[in-house]
Design a protein around this ligand. Structure first.
Ligand code: NAD
Ligand code: UGA
Length: 470
């Protein structure tokens, strides 16, 4: 007999947020049925792959959660219509990239996918539906969703199939997970934020999380505070990285060591030690787009100084990538080396296969523009993705200059230079002594993550260049 569930949840969007978030809800709420739907058939097929190593997203621990729930109370499909019409709660977890044309181009978020989802909900929902904004959205997006839900209700041509009156409640429930640690972030969130206007719907969403999150960590606000808090949280995190990255350059000029400075300031409990690790630049699908969005909102309210303040975070981030690239290019020129670099890592951080906005792609592009051949290796990123990313940045990039490396250590004799772009643990654990014995001399390492032990690496004979330290 088919199991009767206490609540039916539909999630539109089976991406980096929809997939893991709904899997963890399914794990903790066996009394709820969760349907994750997407227009992308290939992605859905991967979510349904029996081989759990083929899930569309690599996230430590995700395979176990999916294995536990899939086919029991967690379902992945393209049946958008059916899943919405059976749902009490619909989460919208679709992409909200930066707009490329029209009003607000290059700053505002493109809400086409949100609007399409709202139209689908308006069309297929039945009775009362709580619509939850899980995607990161500009403040006041709930107004747009409301307008679509209400107007489409009237134009609906399928009136005969609708039982009763359709009503909607909108809730903002932004997601704070970080990639690479999504499952533990979802299992133990610092806080769950629920913004809304009606207490009944807020409580309905809080009840989901209360299955495993302490009530003290579930905070409720009005809709607009919740929408804005998500943008601000990302802006604050990115601001810390740009602050420390800007100081890495100052350290290089003054003889201070950025790792020592980070430690010294991070031990002040008012400052805290998180997000003070210098790097070649932050990447990921959200920091840049969310800051651009914040800048756009401030500017459209006439707050030019506020907008300029937040925009500087992105200026420093691009500067960090460019100055790292320049160090490599200068080294090749100064030492008259064969123009070839082995890039270790393409993912925007370790433990993910996501390369969106990865600093590595920008550095690769800078090197290619200087006619430098690059060998590319990442433990989790496939060749198609690398080709896609490089052509996304420059569709005419010189393909003959890109080599895909399966085993970097055995290919090392082709290179003088190695650049570490992602802080994968396995790079720390490489046999650097062996690598030194095989690499062309003079040998150079550019450590874009400061993950190697300088003393040991230098002792082996490498010329080492890190960030903010000598
Ligand atoms: P994603 O691109 O990985 O996934 C979005 C999915 O939505 C895609 O698979 C797409 O096919 C699907 N989709 C789009 N429109 C659809 C429609 N009308 N019907 C059905 N499916 C549709 O994006 P993501 O990384 O999961 O991000 C989603 C949102 O969450 C964004 O707003 C992002 O800012 C926010 N967010 C992301 C992260 C993260 O770590 N990636 C963390 C917190 C918040
Ligand atoms: C970030 C936030 O941490 C999440 O809370 C948020 O939900 C998410 O964005 C989002 O809205 O998409 P994520 O981008 O997945 O998560 O990963 P982070 O750990 O924040 O790292 C972002 C980038 O900053 C990476 O490139 C990382 O290498 C870099 N970083 C991070 C540093 O350079 N230094 C640090 O100290 C920390």
């Amino acid at each position: 007999m088919e199991k009767i569930f206490k609540k039916n949840i539909c999630c539109i969007g089976a991406g980096y947020v929809g997939g893991p978030t709904m899997s963890v809800i399914a794990l903790n709420c066996p009394d709820y049925r969760i349907d994750v739907v997407d227009v992308n058939k290939e992605r859905i097929n991967s979510w349904n792959n029996i081989d759990l190593s083929k899930l569309p997203i690599f996230e430590p621990g995700l395979d176990k959660v999916v294995e536990n729930c899939r086919g029991k109370n967690l379902f992945f499909s393209t049946n958008i219509k059916e899943s919405i019409s059976n749902a009490d709660i619909v989460f919208i977890s679709v992409n909200t990239p930066t707009k490329l044309k029209g009003i607000g181009a290059n700053y505002a978020s493109d809400l086409s996918w949100i609007e399409a989802s709202a139209r689908q909900i308006a069309k297929y929902s039945r009775n009362h539906t709580v619509v939850v904004e899980k995607s990161t959205l500009p403040v006041k997006t709930a107004e747009t969703i409301k307008t679509i839900l209400n107007s489409s209700k009237e134009d609906n041509t399928n009136k005969k199939t609708i039982k009763g009156n359709k009503t909607f409640s909108i809730i903002s429930n932004p997601e704070f997970l970080a990639e690479g640690s999504a499952i533990s972030d979802l299992q133990n969130p610092d806080r769950v934020l629920i913004g809304g206007e009606d207490t009944e719907s807020i409580n309905l969403i809080a009840d989901i999380y209360k299955h495993w999150v302490d009530s003290k960590r579930i905070i409720t606000t009005n809709l607009w505070s919740s929408e804005l808090s998500k943008l601000v949280a990302n802006a604050f995190l990115a601001q810390r990285i740009s602050s420390i990255n800007s100081l890495s350059e100052l350290c290089e000029e003054t003889g201070a060591d950025i790792e020592e400075v980070s430690k010294a300031i991070g031990m002040d409990s008012r400052i805290g030690s998180s997000f003070l690790k210098t790097s070649v630049g932050f990447g990921g699908s959200c920091f840049k787009k969310d800051i651009l969005n914040l800048v756009y909102i401030a500017r459209s309210q006439g707050l030019e100084k506020v907008a300029n303040y937040w925009e500087q975070i992105l200026v420093i981030n691009a500067h960090q990538r460019d100055r790292f690239s320049k160090k490599i290019i200068d080294c090749i020129e100064k030492n008259n080396l064969e123009p070839k670099v082995l890039l270790l890592g393409l993912a925007f951080k370790k433990d993910t296969n996501d390369t969106r906005e990865s600093a590595a792609i920008y550095v690769a592009n800078n090197l290619l523009n200087s006619k430098i051949e690059i060998g590319v290796f990442d433990p989790k990123v496939n060749i198609n993705q690398i080709q896609f990313d490089l052509s996304d940045l420059n569709e005419n990039y010189d393909k003959t200059l890109v080599k895909f490396i399966q085993d970097p250590v055995s290919n090392i004799s082709n290179y003088n230079l190695i650049a570490i772009m992602t802080e994968w643990d396995e790079f720390k654990e490489f046999d650097w002594q062996y690598i030194y014995s095989k690499i062309k001399k003079p040998a150079f390492i550019f450590d874009g993550r400061n993950i190697l032990n300088i003393e040991k690496i230098k002792k082996l004979g490498f010329n080492y260049t890190g960030l903010g330290r000598k």
